[in-house]
Structure formats: C-alpha cells, structure tokens
Design a protein around this ligand. Structure first.
Ligand SMILES: Cc1cc2nc3c(=O)[nH]c(=O)nc-3n(C[C@H](O)[C@H](O)[C@H](O)COP(=O)(O)OP(=O)(O)OC[C@H]3O[C@@H](n4cnc5c(N)ncnc54)[C@H](O)[C@@H]3O)c2cc1C
Length: 449
C-alpha cells in the first residue's frame, strides 16, 4: 500500500483522483484546496443579482465512459442537452463554425482569396511546418490564415504563433478537405457538425461547478479548504500551508500549476528551476454581463477573430440553462473571454467598457441596452491556457520524471501542462488514472510521459 496520499487542489483532476480513491475503498488520503470552494477553473459562482457564471464558457463533452458515468451520478436528470450553435463574427456577418467548412458566408472576394489559398496549400501539401503559424498557413492557405487562423489564435493564446508547436493540434482544430469545402460553397451547404462537442450537456442548476460540488459532497470528510500549500520538502516528505500547518505525505498528487509546484519545492537542482521557467501560460479575464431583457438568440457561443471585439469568444450563458439568470423571461446573459500575456495586467474596468463596446459593434446588443445592464461580474484568471510552446515537451520530459522520482505526480490542465489533454474530461481522467497507477500499478492512458 502506498501510505498517505495528499492531493493538492480540488479542481476536476483532484476530484477525479478523490472519487477513484473513495471508489477503491482506500482511506488514507486527504485533499488540500487553497480556496473555500471546489472546481478550480471549472467552478461556478452566483453573483449578488442572481446571475450564475462559469470561469469562461465551459462545454461538457467527453471522450471517456468513466467521466460520463461520474457526470450521470452527479447530475442525475438535472441537466439540459444542447446542439452546438456556434458562430464566427467576421466581415460584419456570422459564419457557422467551423469557419473553414463554411466559407460560402464570406464576401465574394474574400471567399475567392480563401479558396485560392487553400487550393495552393493543397498543391504544396508536402511542406513540413516547424511551428503552429507555419502549420496553419500550410494547411489552410493564405486567405484563411490571414482572416481567421492568425488573428483568432493570436487573441486566444496571446502568444506569437511562431513560438508554438504544432504537435498538440489533432482534434483541437478542424483540418480541411478541399473537395468538401468546394462542395459546401458550390452547393451552398452548411457544414456544422465537425468536432467532439457538437452536442453537449449542461447542468440545470449552479453552472458547470455543480458537477464538482456534487461529486465532492461524497467525500467531505477528506476535503480541507483554505489550505494553500506553500512549501514542499521532498527529503522529509513534508508539505506546509500558508496557515502555518505542516504534515507528512508518502505520495503527493499535485494539480498546482507545474511551475508553481517547482517553486514551492525546497532544494531542487538548478536545471529543474531553469526547465520550469521555460513553461508558458497566458492569463484570462472573464466578463459576465447580465441584461434586464430577454433575448431571442439561440446561439451558444461565438468566436471573434477581428478587433471590433476584445473577446476571442462570447457565450450566451443564459442559453445554457434558464437558471443561469434570475428570471429567463426578463433577463439574459453574455460572458466574454479575453486572453492576455501572463506577465502583463488587464485592468477590469477598461476591459468591461471595451467588452460592452464590442458587444454593440458586433450586433449582440444595441447601444440602448447599456441602460439594461443589471449585473457585471469579472473573474481574473492567473493561469488560463497552458501554451504548447516549442520547448514545452523537452522541459516536461525531464520535469515529470524528476518529480515522480520523489513520489510527486503532477497532473491536470496545469499540473501536466498539456493543453491537448487539458479539458475537464481529460483532467478528471488524469486524476482517476494516477490513482489506479499508484494503487494497482495500472498504466496511464490519457497522459503519456
Ligand atoms: C477560459 C476557459 C474555458 C474552458 N472551457 C472548457 C470547456 O469548454 N470544456 C472543458 O472540458 N474544459 C474547459 N476548460 C478547462 C477546464 O477548466 C479544466 O480542464 C479543468 O478545470 C482543469 O482541472 P484541474 O483540476 O487540472 O485544474 P484547476 O481547475 O486549475 O484546479 C486546480 C485546483 O488546485 C488548487 N490549487 C492551486 N494551487 C494550490 C495550492 N498551492 N495549494 C492548494 N490548492 C491549490 C486551485 O485552487 C484549484 O482548485 C476551460 C478552461 C478555461 C480557463
């Protein structure tokens, strides 16, 4: 038996690990969470006006039966099912998502430029890309790259695309079939079904965070709130928290952002410090705005590659559940997401005004709706997206084995630092699988190190 297991963080990864420990009948474990709530980046909050907000638009979809079963157990029948209604706002109109499959909505000259670019890209399909920028240009051609891939991804990542690798892409970006694109244009056909999230569930009550609140309610006695782990001694196998408490562990499952975890470890070699410094993340500002009028739109979420809006994505959050607003017949809510480089600041008051301006410029609301703003709620996220930079994997290939040699398993969105397995389902399953590895020596499948 592995002895005492401490889980650092009660986000989806920590909750996944805890659920598995409970299910396995193993008792010698606790979770330390620095906040007074569970869910991490997948938590939800109700504001003083009665609007519920997620930390950015969270869409629940799954690659794993186990995760589906956990969600079933957590929500029972208290969920709604939606068909994705996702759009791109560009050239003052709306193109259905994925952009590259629905080019017919573009102005004729732009459509021509995109098709020619794509045709030429196909002719040169032997070119090998060294980074994400090149990959996007070589795959989609000059037009789609210029009007959508480049500006949209720059907004999301707040990072130069040349500094990003292309190895994370797989199902995160819809790649392209030229014949299909042409057929869609000529036959004037919409092509909106691509991707793993074209159908999704959403909790009826309490936002996305409700899933994790419900699961965590089954192991309340193991869960310790307001425990911010601020040092780890790998020699004595001890952790210490900001409240002055300390305790020993045999195994540490950490979901703390990997660079922060390394900072907190005493006596680490310089090479480990240097590698951790190579990890790049961006920050994000979520701006929820509740309006005191209903809205007939059926849209789920929308992408904004152009700079008429500061947001890269906006969600009609009241369309996810009517209970996300105080009274659905009289209110609706929009939630905007803005990324910014981690080392910079984004003052919320300026961002709120720019977001409202963006809503007006892109036709989501009218100027007169400014008087109907009933609630404004912001969430500043220090760690939003783990950026797949060119030297990320090199760093991870040393950092994880070094940690594991000290019985520390760093998992989850920022624990593993792998965006491509950084969604809720991946994170929960990373938690489940690390427990199976620790207790039963089973091989992990979600993460490959
Ligand atoms: C803007 C945005 C949109 C997203 N959209 C989607 C989506 O549509 N679908 C989807 O599936 N996923 C989405 N995600 C990803 C989802 O939020 C993550 O997959 C998930 O929350 C990661 O879980 P985690 O437990 O690994 O990390 P986190 O959620 O970050 O949880 C880590 C936990 O550790 C705690 N912690 C940190 N440091 C310490 C410390 N020193 N001591 C104690 N506790 C600590 C934190 O407080 C937190 O509770 C989105 C994320 C963002 C940012």
């Amino acid at each position: 038996m592995p002895g005492k297991i401490i889980i650092a963080g009660a986000g989806p990864t920590g909750i996944g690990a805890a659920h598995r420990l409970k299910e396995s009948g193993y008792n010698n474990w606790i979770i330390h969470e620095r906040h007074d709530y569970v869910g991490g980046l997948s938590a939800s909050f109700k504001d003083s006006e009665g609007f519920t907000w997620d930390v950015g638009g969270h869409v629940l979809f799954s690659h794993y039966e186990k995760f589906d079963r956990m969600v079933d157990e957590a929500l029972g029948s208290n969920y709604l099912e939606h068909l994705r209604e996702s759009w791109i706002n560009i050239f003052k109109s709306w193109v259905p998502y994925p952009f590259q499959n629905n080019l017919r909505y573009l102005p004729r000259e732009i459509l021509h430029e995109c098709l020619t670019g794509l045709f030429r890209a196909n002719l040169n399909s032997h070119r090998k890309a060294d980074n994400f920028a090149q990959w996007a240009l070589y795959t989609f051609g000059q037009g789609i790259y210029k009007y959508f891939m480049l500006p949209y991804n720059k907004k999301v990542w707040a990072t130069d695309l040349e500094k990003m690798s292309k190895d994370w892409i797989s199902e995160r970006v819809s790649v392209i079939d030229f014949e299909r694109v042409l057929k869609n244009v000529i036959l004037e056909r919409d092509d909106v079904s691509w991707g793993p999230n074209n159908k999704f569930r959403f909790p009826l009550n309490g936002g996305t965070g409700e899933i994790f609140r419900q699961i965590a309610s089954r192991f309340k006695d193991h869960l310790h709130y307001n425990k911010d782990i601020n040092w780890i001694d790998t020699e004595s196998k001890k952790i210490g928290c900001c409240d002055g408490s300390s305790e020993t562990y045999d195994v540490l499952i950490s979901t703390i952002p990997l660079d922060q975890l390394i900072k907190r470890i005493k006596n680490k070699p310089d090479r480990i410090v240097k590698l951790a410094q190579k990890l790049t993340a961006n920050s994000g500002l979520i701006i929820g705005i509740g309006f005191s009028r209903p809205d007939p739109s059926k849209k789920c979420w929308m992408y904004f590659p152009e700079n008429r809006s500061p947001c890269y994505r906006v969600t009609y959050f009241s369309n996810y559940s009517p209970r996300n607003v105080p009274e659905i017949n009289n209110n609706f809510s929009l939630m905007g997401e803005i990324s910014y480089p981690k080392e910079t600041q984004l003052p919320a008051n300026k961002a709120i005004e720019k977001t409202l301006e963006g809503f007006i410029k892109t036709g989501l609301i009218a100027e007169s709706d400014r008087d109907r703003v009933k609630s404004v709620y912001t969430i500043d996220i220090d760690y939003s997206y783990p950026v797949p930079t060119l030297d990320r994997d090199n760093a991870l290939n040393t950092l994880h084995p070094w940690l594991e040699s000290h019985n520390i398993y760093s998992r989850g969105r920022f624990g593993s630092w792998k965006y491509e397995i950084g969604n809720m389902d991946h994170s929960v399953m990373q938690g489940v699988e690390i427990v199976d590895r620790i207790l039963k020596d089973k091989k992990e499948t979600v993460i490959s190190l």
